[in-house]
Design a protein around this ligand. Structure first.
Ligand code: NDP
Length: 304
């Protein structure tokens, strides 16, 4: 089986490079050309077409995306090119090659109202441009008729790349006071969990009949169990970092509202995702969010 991995150097892409290896021959690419002349720049349609020709993928895993949420408000075209138009191009190529497209999307396709975990078929009303561009990408998956599995996830972190955990650790060792938002709730999701679940999804899919595979195509929510606010998440990081021997300068952490911390892009208050469909359809168990955060904290602090 040939697997084409795009966006190999992002948080999720990095972990996928590891997790996909036992499944088949993996062609892992970033936007630059590799030593054999393969190039995974999503905005270069000729390069992507040539990539399909040279690798004949059975599965394409697209971990590449425009993920700068605030910048997307002023860089709408750039966000749209990668999160929408490039996905359409990929979907059409996958359809021609009869390849399964595994794609990632976000809790930001929802408006964040209420406090119930979102279901896959709940109405999508994104409140920022990043969310709109990601939703446009999801719609082209549906419209092209490609075989796809779209994993919506939330609040991604990992040992590789920039994320909330690293930002909090840096601030906790350089500042004495910090304010963190307490009225946005979601589940911090490890890039390694996303990659491992992706590998399990592919393995399960490949063992099914054509009819069952048809049933499996569609949108899924992928996040650990439990939920927290950014404020609770930050305190969990600080308490664990202290237990792991990190010396913090931080003395005071206060909770603030979204209104008190204005950003160019609006953020949803309720980012909880209901993951029952993923767990049932693929026979998976998802861990509590604290498990993965603790693991990464140990890697970051003890690995220094
Ligand atoms: P990252 O920002 O860590 O990685 C995205 C990768 O996409 C980067 O390596 C980037 O490369 C690459 N990329 C951007 N433009 C192109 C292009 N034109 N061609 C090829 N590669 C390109 O994202 P994550 O790993 O965190 O996100 C993975 C998926 O999860 C995305 O679909 C994202 O929307 C989704 N998601 C992420 C969340 C988060 O909190 N991060 C939350 C919810 C969903 P370069 O560095 O060269 O720009």
């Amino acid at each position: 089986m040939n697997i084409l991995l795009l966006g190999k150097d992002g948080q999720v892409g990095w972990e996928l490079q590891r997790a996909l290896q036992p499944l088949g021959k993996v062609f892992a690419l970033n936007r630059h050309s590799d030593a054999s002349g393969l190039c995974g720049d999503l905005s270069n349609y000729d390069a992507i077409a040539s990539l399909f020709k040279k690798t004949s993928p059975n599965i394409v895993v697209n971990a590449a995306a425009y993920t700068a949420v605030d910048k997307a408000e002023s860089e709408r075209t750039e966000a749209d090119v990668i999160n929408h138009l490039a996905v359409e191009n990929l979907a059409k190529l996958c359809k021609n090659y009869q390849a399964l497209l595994i794609h990632y999307s976000t809790d930001y396709v929802f408006d964040g109202s209420g406090d119930t975990p979102w279901l896959e078929n709940d109405d999508s009303y994104p409140i920022n441009y990043y969310g709109k561009s990601k939703r446009a990408g999801e719609l082209v998956l549906e419209q092209t008729g490609v075989k796809f599995i779209n994993l919506r996830t939330s609040w991604v972190y990992g040992t590789y790349g920039n994320n909330f955990i690293k930002t909090m650790l840096n601030l906790a060792t350089s500042k004495t006071q910090l304010s963190v938002i307490s009225d946005q709730v979601g589940a911090p999701t490890g890039a390694s969990l996303i990659a491992d679940v992706t590998a399990q999804v592919i393995r399960y899919y490949n063992l099914q009949s054509n009819a069952r595979c048809q049933e499996l195509h569609g949108h899924y929510h992928l996040a650990p169990t439990g939920s927290c606010s950014w404020f609770e998440y930050a305190n969990f990081i600080f308490n664990n970092a202290k237990e792991l021997g990190e010396v913090l300068t931080l003395e005071d952490v206060s909770a603030i509202t979204t209104e008190q911390y204005p950003t160019p892009a609006k953020r949803p208050h309720n980012s909880r995702l209901n993951t029952q469909k993923l767990q049932t359809q693929f026979n998976l168990h998802l861990p509590h969010w604290q498990q993965g955060v603790t693991y990464v904290l140990k890697e970051l602090i003890h690995g220094k």
